[in-house]
Design a binder for this molecule. Structure first.
Ligand code: PLP
Length: 386
């Protein structure tokens, strides 16, 4: 039985430097400063804080283990872990943009990332959201001062698939940096750096942590980008991941391949069931033949996660509200990527104008299929949809 390199990283990663007392699990270095025997040693370390243990906000041995694992999984030079996915997105964007620059977002990226980009207007960073997966449309949005493109594939809520190679080629030809939020696919199912993407960001709060008990984020890129970001956005904005959270992340990564396999299988089974249900008008899952980007998804992705959306035939808020309220096993709540199946709709009954503005259908429901037996989830949905 052959194991993939990724599986070996997850199941067997060993950090010899920190394996004291032959402990099977890594130690949690819950310490703010580190002490030095001499002042010269301290002065030397403080001058190269990325390589030395000086202070929690800079470099911590437990956090470093998570960073080494993620860099290896993404096939990148280096990684820095952040206190949340949004801290990672913020650092990645801010290290790529200056006042007067322009940024392109492709399709519907994560809601808070859109809000962050709008906030950056305060620092004279302008943006364009391209509501199309057509590369010609992305090309048309490129301006003289375009410095970065932020994308997700598949996109949040809508699950459209971006042609990553087409985007990175366009970006390279125009001196534009590409950033990809890879939370959906995880490094197991999508490796954006191999497609020429410059910076990968993650919300570790989702599949990487995998247990609904962690908020964290990560940025993976070349040494050049990470070194620069470390001294600026990482240390100065100060949103470094805490050692205990890093330990939870390491523990989550240990079982990532096993969990993703089940999310994939269960997700497809529930998506297929929904696609045949008379109350459902559409299922947005890139692994279904009916998905408009099915072929592209198959080419780019090594697998599918368990997060997708569907649309009710009846678009009224009342219909969404009553359907979600009838669910028993599937829980109502934000976030996704853990054992529990979770469901939400971006339609809150009072935000129709926003939904229209963001090109999100009013009848949309997002479902994160967890690790429970799919038959039980289908039974739950059958009751709620009838
Ligand atoms: C949740 C999420 C984020 C933000 O992550 P936090 O850890 O909640 O800050 C970023 N991108 C995507 C695609 C997400 O789903």
């Amino acid at each position: 039985m052959g194991y993939t390199e990724d599986e070996l990283i997850c199941y067997q990663f060993e950090d010899k430097e920190h394996r004291f007392l032959r402990a099977a699990a890594p130690p949690i270095y819950e310490t703010a400063p580190f002490f030095f025997d001499t002042y010269e040693e301290y002065a030397e370390a403080a001058n190269h804080e990325k390589e030395h243990y000086v202070y929690w906000r800079g470099t911590n041995p437990t956090v470093q283990i998570a960073e080494k694992m993620l860099a290896a999984l993404e096939g990148g030079d280096a990684c820095k872990c952040f206190a949340s996915g949004m801290a990672a997105v913020s650092a990645a964007l801010m290290c790529s943009l200056s006042s007067g620059d322009h940024l392109i977002l492709i399709g519907h990226v994560y809601e808070s990332s859109i809000a962050l980009v709008k906030y950056l207007a305060k620092f004279n960073v302008q943006h364009t959201i391209v509501h199309s997966m057509e590369i010609e449309q992305v090309q048309a949005a490129v301006k003289k001062n375009t410095k970065a493109i932020l994308m997700e594939s598949p996109t949040s809520f809508i699950f459209e698939v971006v042609n990553i190679t087409a985007v990175t080629e366009l970006a390279k030809a125009n001196g534009i940096r590409t950033l990809m939020d890879n939370s959906w696919g995880t490094p197991l199912y999508l490796k954006p750096l191999a497609f020429g993407v410059d910076i990968v960001v993650h919300s570790a709060s989702k599949y990487l942590g995998g247990h609904n008990d962690l908020v964290g984020g990560a940025v993976i890129a070349s040494n050049e980008i990470i070194d620069r970001m470390y001294l600026e956005e990482y240390e100065l904005m100060g949103a470094s991941l805490a050692p205990f959270e890093a330990w939870l992340l390491i523990r989550g990564l240990r079982t990532l391949p096993l969990r993703m396999e089940v999310h994939q299988r269960n997700g497809l089974e529930v998506a297929r069931y929904l696609s045949e249900h008379p109350a459902v008008s559409k299922v947005n899952h890139p692994g279904l033949l009916s998905h408009p980007h099915y072929e592209l998804a198959r080419k780019q992705l090594k697998g599918y996660s368990g997060l997708f959306s569907f649309e009710l035939r009846d678009a009224a808020y009342e219909e969404i509200r009553s359907t979600l309220n009838k669910l028993r096993m599937i829980r109502i709540g934000v976030s996704w990527g853990a054992m529990e199946s979770q469901i939400i709709s971006p339609n809150y009954g009072y935000n129709q104008a926003d939904l229209k503005d963001q090109h999100i259908p009013e009848s949309l429901i997002r479902l994160a299929v967890g690790l429970e037996p799919p038959a039980l989830l289908i039974e739950d949905l059958e009751t709620a949809l009838s």
